[in-house]
Design a protein around this ligand. Structure first.
Ligand SMILES: Cc1cc2nc3c(=O)[nH]c(=O)nc-3n(C[C@H](O)[C@H](O)[C@H](O)COP(=O)(O)OP(=O)(O)OC[C@H]3O[C@@H](n4cnc5c(N)ncnc54)[C@H](O)[C@@H]3O)c2cc1C
Length: 951
């Protein structure tokens, strides 16, 4: 590998001696994919490195420092100000840095930087506690990024941000020195080895403390949220130099040192909370109300200006009267929290009386009903995605982030609104954490012409005048300085404070290798350079803002490409196709995309569940597959043939499964695993002991079931019938052990509950179409669904009998496409129709439950868990297991994706002594069995085992 400059070459040579190639990327695909963060800037790294531990990181940093090669750290890349990207080396500390230790019964927690904020909250919830910093991006952001940006949100204000709740940190400096502030030995070593560092730090600290004007400035500026520049508060707030060092890292955006570990205090989740939505005639009045609320027992007060309200007014959860409010009406969403009912009521009274004389549009009404206040908070959270979703193609949705002192909030906010109007940002909504004086404004901005860049520049320069000169606020309250505000740090803080920041930077990073250009940037125009191109690629994903919220739900994130990275690469491919500027790069990207981009995308669409705009990258993958298998191609013809002859295809598959079964009987489980892996290396689908036996429905085995014919099955009043459509998978695959095939067990269970089972006519040839949809043949898929619909319509006597399908992914597609009859998956059907007809006999065997992606999408996960809990008193829902990655057939052809997606399963299964797992998708169950060490099967088996007919 050759780089343009010799220092990068030397750096690469040295680090490739200890970082293996699967954790060091220089290719066009991966450097492009990892280059993107959520900001509107784009810089492509020359290499992306994934050190696995502190030792490797220290060596990488030391080498970079020696060669003067810039390094930028990356957690999740949800940053908005351009602080998580680079043209040099990107060092990712994400999934390999997820360890944690809960301390003092959850009162403190030790965290590595790669753990997701949402995961920390999940861990702490068991202790009734939470991670105090609460950015809206908490589920997608990682601890390293949250702390390094000093990110905050609706509740943590300035009192519970990372600096306030940090207890200690472990840092790796640019020269490779590791300091664990919590470890006396490490402090002692540091003092011995770096006496000059400590001496200089104390000099800087004391010079600040001895300068009354500077001291007062620092105190004043941190009374409201402020993340512009380096965090200077530690210099006046902490005496111990090591406490100062660890807190200086908060908000330093990777410019001072690498954060390898942090111990943080946690926060108790209050027992009770209540919210109120209040409405004022104008934005100014809403701000005045917030000034009053600042003195009341309120934990958050979120303002939504008229445009923000208008952006969400069409949402079904938003009350109709919002549409009729006046032209400047604004809302404030309040929250108050307490430990007891009495305390909460007292607080509500106090808030109400504080606003008693205030001219609000409606009386203040609090609610403790999560359904009602949930809708309000959803309305607040919906502002950004809705505005972003309405933007024109080719524009990017910018979120700006300023704060004003609370005493000037009304006039400053009104002037901010006027500025946004002056520059013609029609959708420029203002909303945010008014209690902290912090507002976001969203701009849908183009950067493809000088006029547009000038417009943005004009606005920003006037915003700086307004925020800094006129109202002495913060240019960045939460999102970090980045390169976006770097040219204005000195303007905001003044020369003296800025020189202190520069001295700190020089002390920590004398060779300026850690994130140069961020916070400190000599180019006064750096904020209007390196804009990210957002060329159209496919309407399915064109609205994507590359925020990265999808990534925690993308099973290949961190393995091949994430959903966001797929979009980034497709955009670049489309741009290169249009420009014709670099055919070699276009060709390289197109070829490189095939496996990591297309072939390994499970297409499950779970990414859409956490995307603010609901974008489903699985649909993009299906569209690309459609392009690759056009009508008339061999693949299409084969697909068409299989669809028309499904029952024959199944008949051909059964002998293959039979052969595999004979092989397993001969070789045993261990032998099958070894031979299966070997054969897979030669390109064959993976053969494992979990592969099911062949199966065919025999009428003699389900004697009482009715097999509907095409002349329809007469509806009989008072007869409990259910139309059972066994998915084609369950018509072909039986169990993997000695269990009765699922179809027979399902019939047995239904009959036990007094139902007569009807199979639809021609069931052998029926399919929901999912297979063809996933292969990019939507017309064939729809044809199969239509056939199925007709058969089910007849068998159910035009919808009079309920229809049950035993495979959740199939049922999901059926529900999306067939609306004229009631369709159920097993857990749901059992909960609705069978529980009252059966006696449950709970076992205490430890079992686990896998919630498939489609169960999640249909919001049936809890139904499955509840049903399992009726059957066993010991149910494990393994943590951090999303999509299993089997994706219909991919588990056979790309088992590595299945194994990656389930990498955290087996340890939990072992730790909890689980003996069997239950789900409702046969193919997922094959992969789950292979990767967990215990058999997984349909929940129907468990219910059948644990029930008898109702006495
Ligand atoms: C839609 C949306 C909403 C958002 N809402 C909020 C909000 O409400 N409040 C808020 O504060 N922010 C918000 N953000 C911004 C952003 O999500 C947060 O600041 C978040 O904490 C960044 O975390 P990350 O894991 O993505 O970090 P990254 O973006 O990966 O990194 C952030 C910074 O930390 C540095 N860094 C990362 N890891 C380390 C490490 N181990 N050691 C040293 N430095 C490191 C990086 O170099 C970078 O400068 C939002 C972003 C989006 C897209």
């Amino acid at each position: 590998m050759q780089f343009k400059d010799s220092s990068t070459n030397a750096f690469y040579q040295k680090i490739s001696a200890f970082i293996p190639q699967n954790r060091l990327f220089t290719d066009p695909l991966k450097t492009l994919a990892w280059g993107a963060d959520a900001s509107f800037y784009r810089q492509l790294p020359q290499m992306v490195v994934f050190p696995k531990d502190e030792e490797e990181t220290a060596r990488v940093l030391k080498t970079a420092n020696e060669h003067g090669v810039p390094v930028v750290f990356r957690a999740s890349g949800t940053s908005l100000s351009g602080q998580a990207s680079t043209k040099s080396v990107l060092l990712v500390a994400g999934q390999l840095w997820e360890r944690y230790e809960v301390l003092d019964n959850g009162e403190r927690i030790k965290l590595q930087p790669g753990i997701l904020g949402g995961r920390v909250n999940e861990i702490l919830a068991k202790y009734g506690r939470k991670f105090p910093p609460d950015p809206a991006s908490i589920n997608a952001a990682r601890v390293g990024g949250v702390i390094s940006n000093n990110a905050s949100g609706m509740n943590c204000g300035t009192h519970a941000n990372s600096e306030r709740v940090m207890e200690s940190a472990k840092l790796i400096f640019a020269d490779g020195t590791i300091l664990d502030v919590a470890d006396p030995k490490s402090r002692e070593d540091f003092s011995k080895n770096k006496p000059d560092f400590l001496k200089r730090l104390l000099e800087i600290r004391d010079s600040v403390r001895n300068d009354a004007e500077l001291f007062e400035l620092i105190e004043r500026k941190y009374r409201i949220k402020n993340v512009t520049g380096l965090n200077l508060r530690p210099l006046i707030a902490y005496d111990d130099p090591f406490d100062v060092i660890s807190r200086l890292i908060v908000g330093s955006e990777g410019t001072l040192a690498f954060l390898a570990e942090a111990t943080m205090k946690t926060e108790k989740i209050p027992a009770r909370c209540a919210s109120a939505m209040i409405y004022a005639n104008t934005l100014r009045e809403a701000c005045c109300a917030v000034q009053i609320l600042k003195k009341a027992p309120v934990v958050s007060a979120e303002i939504l200006d008229r445009k923000a309200l208008r952006s969400v007014e069409d949402s079904p959860s938003v009350p109709d009267f919002i549409k009729d409010l006046g032209p400047d009406a604004s809302a404030v969403l309040l929250e108050t929290k307490a430990e007891t009912v009495e305390e909460l009521e007292k607080q509500i009274d106090e808030i109400k009386s504080s606003l008693a004389d205030f001219p609000l549009l409606f009386p203040v009404e609090f609610t403790e009903d999560p359904k009602i206040y949930g809708a309000w908070w959803a309305m607040r959270s919906g502002v950004f995605p809705t505005v972003g979703g309405m933007r024109d193609l080719g524009t990017t949705a910018l979120i700006e982030d300023v704060a004003f002192p609370i005493d000037v909030l009304p006039e400053a906010t009104v002037e901010l609104q006027a500025l946004i109007d002056k520059y013609g940002y029609k959708d420029g909504v203002i909303y945010g954490h008014a209690l902290e004086g912090n507002f976001h404004f969203v701009l849908n901005q183009r950067f493809d012409s000088q006029a547009e860049i000038d417009r943005y520049k004009g606005l920003m320069l006037e915003v700086v005048d307004l925020v800094v000169d006129k109202y002495h606020g913060s240019l960045k309250a939460e999102h970090g300085t980045g390169r976006n505000m770097a040219p204005f740090v000195e303007r905001e803080w003044g020369a003296k404070a800025f020189s202190v920041m520069k001295e700190l930077k020089a002390l920590f990073d004398p060779n300026n290798v850690l994130n140069p250009g961020v916070i400190f940037n000599d180019d006064p125009e750096c904020y209007i350079k390196d804009f990210k191109p957002l060329p159209p690629t496919n309407p399915i994903v064109d609205k994507c803002i590359e925020c990265g919220f999808c990534e925690p739900n993308c099973l290949t994130c961190g393995n091949t490409l994430s959903s966001r990275q797929r979009i980034v690469v497709r955009r670049e491919i489309s741009r290169l196709k249009r420009d014709q500027s670099d055919p070699a790069r276009l060709d390289a990207l197109q070829r490189a995309y095939r496996v990591p981009g297309e072939a390994t995308c499970a297409g499950d669409g779970l990414c859409s569940t956490s995307c603010p705009m609901g974008i489903n990258v699985g649909e993009l993958t299906h569209a690309l597959r459609e392009e690759n298998a056009p009508k008339g191609s061999c693949a299409y013809k084969l697909g068409d043939f299989s669809a028309k002859n499904l029952s024959c295809v199944k008949s051909c598959l059964r002998p293959v499964l039979g052969l595999a079964r004979i092989g397993r009987n001969v070789l045993g489980d261990a032998g099958t695993t070894t031979v299966g892996r070997l054969l897979h290396k030669f390109g064959l689908p993976l053969w494992t002991p979990s592969l099911p036996k062949p199966f065919k429905i025999k009428k003699s085995r389900v004697p009482r079931a009715e097999f509907a014919d095409s002349s329809s099955n007469a509806y009989k009043e008072g007869v409990d019938k259910v139309v059972y459509f066994p998915s084609c998978i369950n018509q072909t695959m039986g169990g993997s052990l000695k269990e009765q095939p699922l179809v027979e067990t399902t019939v047995k269970l239904l009959e036990k509950a007094g139902f007569t089972v009807v199979f639809p006519p021609q069931y052998e040839n029926l399919c929901c179409g999912t297979i063809w949809e996933s292969k990019g043949m939507p017309d064939i898929a729809d044809r199969k669904t239509k056939e199925l619909e007709e058969a089910l319509w007849k068998a159910s006597c035009e919808g009079k009998y309920p229809v049950l399908c035993d495979q959740s992914p199939c049922l999901h597609r059926m529900r999306e496409k067939i609306s004229k009859m009631e369709l159920f998956e097993p857990a749901e059907f059992i909960e609705k129709f069978l529980v009252d007809r059966l006696d449950f006999h709970q076992i205490d065997e430890p079992i686990s439950v896998h919630i498939t992606c489609t169960m999640r999408k249909m919001k049936l996960g809890q139904t499955l868990v509840d049903l399992a809990k009726r059957c066993s008193s010991n149910v494990l829902v393994p943590e951090e297991i999303g999509c299993c990655g089997f994706a219909g057939d991919k588990g056979f052809t790309r088992p590595e994706i299945n194994a990656f997606a389930l990498r955290k399963l087996e340890p939990q299964i072992k730790e909890n002594g689980v003996v069997a797992g239950y789900s409702n998708s046969r193919t997922c169950e094959v992969g789950l069995s292979t990767n967990s060490g215990v058999p997984y099967m349909s929940i129907v088996y468990l219910v059948d085992r644990c029930t008898t007919p109702k006495k």
